[in-house]
Design a protein around this ligand. Sequence first.
Ligand code: SAH
Length: 228
Amino acid sequence: MNIQDEARRNGLIAEIRDEFSQTAGYTGFHQLDDRVEEALRRVDRSDFIPEDERGAAWINAPLPIGHGQTISQPYIVALMTQLLDIDPGDRILEIGTGSGYQAAILAAMGARVYSVEIIGDLAERARRQLEKAGYEVQQRHTNGYNGWSDEAPFDGIIVTAASREIPPALVEQLKPGGRLVIPVGSRWGYQSLMLVTKDADGGVHEKEVLGVAFVPLVRDSEEAGGTD
Ligand code: SAH
């Protein structure tokens, strides 16, 4: 990595740290976890961004990845990763592979990552990039609304598109002690990032973390758009 990239990366980490302090009242996190920070430093975000957007890779903003979809803002990637509370070896399911960046971050944290993407072209691009960057992720190209039952249960599930409700299958596919991180709300209306936890007795608890803005999670496959 050249000195300019190193400086940009440090700048981005500093911005994420600032945003963690500013939002601590909502999230309960006073700082960015060291292990999440290490993963953010290790994974090169520019690898997962279309060539014409690469100059903006180290800016704390979402970016278009084609098909009307976006790679999330780095602060949001950091927050969702930290909410998952990953230990090395954890089985983590992601719904919405998109660019593959969030999956790479999870793999860099030592998780065994399973990721589902509904748009074939994005799934294929993510597969190539993840392989090139050396991150092992099990991928499926299908509608992930109902999770991945063959590989369940999971220690954690992360949904990177906004759902109008918490998909019941995803809660079922959590281990006791497992965590589901999901934006809930409508496309243009208010969306709330939710943390859903399953306790040791199977009791389910929901907590609102922060207002967010995500592309919609497709529920029924016939509403799947994004063929541009
Ligand atoms: N995690 C991604 C962000 C992707 S944006 C990243 O790091 O880049 C959300 C993604 O969810 C889009 O690629 C969209 O196609 C996908 N998606 C939406 N509904 C889905 C569904 N029901 N199943 C699987 N993927 C879905």
